[in-house]
Design a protein around this ligand. Structure first.
Ligand code: AMP
Length: 394
């Protein structure tokens, strides 16, 4: 069965065609800068890799270009659109409604719309992707996989904020959690790899967005992001945890509008605010040259992660393994080293040689005597979406 996975963002569409149940990647690609004259399409399949520049006005045109390529006589991978049996969509926010993957119905779409104010940068584009796919693939099943679903198991004591109860009960203000598809995928891989029946795992997803999850016996029990994907760890341009008094001070004493504060904390803070660079590769290069801001930002970033590790070891009363995943987690040996430094109290001991090696699959980088294992596991949210879609349909 061919399943097309679509991750529709505000100005991009990421896609993969995956054959299930063999989990074979048929092709993958990304359309970026939608809305621009020089939108970029990157595409690869088993035999070719190509990059094209198109004028892509909107998501509908973006998806049309993707479909044309899938069907292309020279570079395509299918002969008929009907060869795609299902389209799996990444949806960021499923509120309290979705603890599982859902077949898209008018009610499901209405809920995704309803939760748009909780994920204004994501849900509207996710929904648009679904509606366009419904039009282009009328014969295919449309399936929504929610980032928040994996975190529905977080117990109430960790889910609720200490604010008046009616805001939780009537207004749904609470921890939802994000990157659930990634945390689920890598933690299942870890459990399989470590052959654990009972497990206490901390999954550390460090990409453009960064989050951590405490996962006990395969279930999310606490998570560093909350109501929105903004708090917790220091991210590329998001501040992560900050005392909310700062917001009032910015507004009441420094004359910021709420929109400016939001922009400041989500787009101009984090590693960007601390160093002037958003990409960790640039920050590492600058740190090597002795840039003090970059050196401090790396320390701060790792220190925040260490604090969450401590919190989650306490929450689970133990630790079997920590997992590093996503762009930074999989690639930055420096961040992994800083995080794991002086953590032997928790049984975390990094083997520096193993940490520096490269591999595309699961890699264990703890010392042979460490009590807690340290794993690098490449995340694959698209494959996880395909697995869940396949599971729902079979
Ligand atoms: P993701 O959101 O998972 O695609 O991660 C993207 C981020 O990973 C980029 O913004 C970079 O900061 C980071 N990244 C990717 N490759 C490397 C690398 N080789 N070393 C350090 N950071 C990296």
């Amino acid at each position: 069965m061919n399943i097309l996975i679509i991750n529709s963002g505000s100005s991009s569409i990421k896609f993969q065609l995956i054959q299930m149940p063999s989990e074979t990647l048929v092709c993958s690609g990304l359309v970026e800068r939608i809305g621009n004259k020089d939108a970029v399409l990157n595409y690869k399949n088993e035999t070719i890799k190509l990059k094209q520049i198109h004028y892509i006005n909107n998501h509908k045109q973006g998806l049309q270009i993707i479909i044309d390529l899938l069907l292309d006589a020279e570079n395509g991978v299918i002969e008929d659109i009907k060869e795609i049996a299902a389209v799996g969509h990444r949806v960021v926010h499923g509120g309290n409604t979705f603890s599982n993957t859902a077949l898209v119905t008018p009610e499901v779409k209405q809920k995704i719309q309803q939760y748009a104010p909780l994920a204004p940068l994501h849900n509207p584009s996710n929904l648009e992707g679904i509606e366009i796919a419904e039009e282009y693939f009328p014969h295919a099943k449309q399936i929504a996989v929610f980032d928040t679903a994996f975190h529905q198991t977080i117990p109430t004591k960790a889910r609720k904020y200490a604010i008046p109860n009616d805001l939780y009960e009537d207004k749904d203000i609470q921890v939802y959690g994000f990157h659930g598809t990634s945390h689920k995928y890598v933690s299942e891989k870890a459990i399989e790899y470590l052959k654990l029946e009972r497990s206490k795992i901390i999954s550390i997803h460090l990409g453009n967005g960064c989050s951590m999850t405490a996962i006990q016996d395969g279930k999310s029990i606490d998570h560093s992001m909350g109501f929105a994907p903004t708090n917790g760890l220091i991210m590329g341009s998001r501040s992560g945890d900050i005392d909310h008094s700062v917001i009032f001070y910015l507004v009441n004493s420094l004359g910021y509008s709420l929109e400016n504060v939001n922009n400041l904390l989500t787009k101009k803070s984090g590693m960007l605010g601390l160093t002037g660079y958003n990409d960790l590769r640039d920050i590492e290069k600058e740190a090597e040259k002795g840039n003090i801001d970059c050196l401090l930002a790396l320390e701060m970033n790792a220190y925040r992660i260490k604090k969450f590790i401590g919190t989650y070891v306490a929450a689970m009363n133990g630790l079997d393994a920590i997992i590093f995943t996503a762009g930074i987690g999989e690639n930055s040996s420096l961040i992994r080293e800083l995080v794991c430094k002086d953590m032997d109290f928790f049984g975390i001991e990094l083997d520096k040689d193993k940490n520096n090696g490269k591999a595309k699959s699961i890699r264990e980088i703890s010392t042979s005597t460490a009590e807690a294992r340290i794993l690098i596991i490449p995340t694959n949210e698209e494959l996880e979406i395909a697995k869940q879609a396949y599971c729902l349909l079979n």
